[in-house]
Design a protein around this ligand. Sequence first.
Ligand code: ZN
Length: 477
Amino acid sequence: MELKLLIYDLEINYLPGKEMHIADLLSRNYINNEFDKEINIEGVVHSINNTINVSKIAEATKHDLVLVKILEYYNEGWPKDKNKISGDIQHYWSLRNDIVVEKGVLYVKNKIIMPYSLRRLALQQLHEGHNGVNKTVLRAKQLVYWPGLDNEIKQYVLSCKICDRFKNSNTKEPLQHHQVAKLPFEIISSDILTYGGKDYVVVFDHYSKWLEIIKINFKTAQEVIQQLKKIFSTHGYPQTIYSDNQPYSSDVFKQFCVMYNINLLTSSPRYPQSNGTAERAVQTAKQMLRKADFEKKEILDILLEYRCTTLPQIGASPCELVMSRLLRTKFPVNENTLKPKIQVNDENRMLNYQANYKEYYDKRTKSKDEFNANDDVVVNDGRVWLPCKVLSKLDNYPRSYVVKLQNGQIVRRTSYHLRHTKGQHYVENYEDNDDIILGVSSNEEVVSKGSNGEITKTKVGRVVKIPTKLDIYDLSN
Ligand SMILES: [Zn+2]
């Protein structure tokens, strides 16, 4: 605003309200838009500078000693003898027949050979969806190539502070068995997610793991139906919708399902807790929204990355499973990679995958860590993981540890709420400007007070009281 006004030479005069007809009209008939764009300009400029594109890669290739040599061999022919090539370039010898150059960019099997100077930035962009190591490796292998890529991704992801902070908590909803989906958008789960005071419809396709997160203004059946119809106009109407909560169990929604020949399965004596998958999809969606918020990114960009990322157990990404093609993101890509390929799935593999999902999932929830004094760990506060330090193990209490939080408080936590970390490190008096509420986990008895001794409240506003019998463990008192 200030910048925009600089071009004017302003003169300020007082005018009584009754004489100010135009201003009064404007003030009463203002446009109801939020203009917060100016604040974001810096962020936009920053992200444009940081976006990799083909000309940046071509420029960086010109300055990459290894790639310049490869370019030379590509144009003039490779030496007959591998041993006559210097060490760094020998790696590309076996790939020499697959290397192609287009507009100054080197490709091997349609993947960009990324110049050294852009690799870090590429890693950052390939990990924008904050997927785990496996998924990030698979995503990278769709688009880029360089020697040692897998290992670099592993290091990068394991030390990612955002991933570490927002990792799923150890507590997980039990998964229920569903019928097995044989087609995309045959069976979906849907639920309402409330995050940051806003409501979203979450839709999860059982076959492809395609995820939709759509903001809604009202949690009414009509609005949910409108949003679902938009999705179904692209993907077709599903045969089955799993859902538990309102407004899905309303009469209006039931009528909608009858009208479109959809089998609606909500919780009932026949299908108790039918919707473990929706619960899980909602958790995934919530994590995405948190990460987007934390990094000031758009949820739609994160969703697109998710949809393009290969599912390790199936070997194809949600968009390939649904649309038989990889979608273009802002990351530069060879057009051959984007050509539609009919995704023929081994039905048995898909059946096995869905049937084994529960087993795989349960296994992941069971692994428990052991901790030692002075270990840098993170503690789950019910929302995110925050750094803390292990002081000691409590002898008479199984899996219980005394830990020091960053605000200096000393509390007891069970291993259920602790996790080893590579991304975050304990720093005394570290200032965390999040309004994080500590210790509201349902199966944890000791809850800390605020750092200045003020009363801590739970998410629902309930004042947290420390049970007297456990006061001895709040060692800061
Ligand atoms: Zn990450």
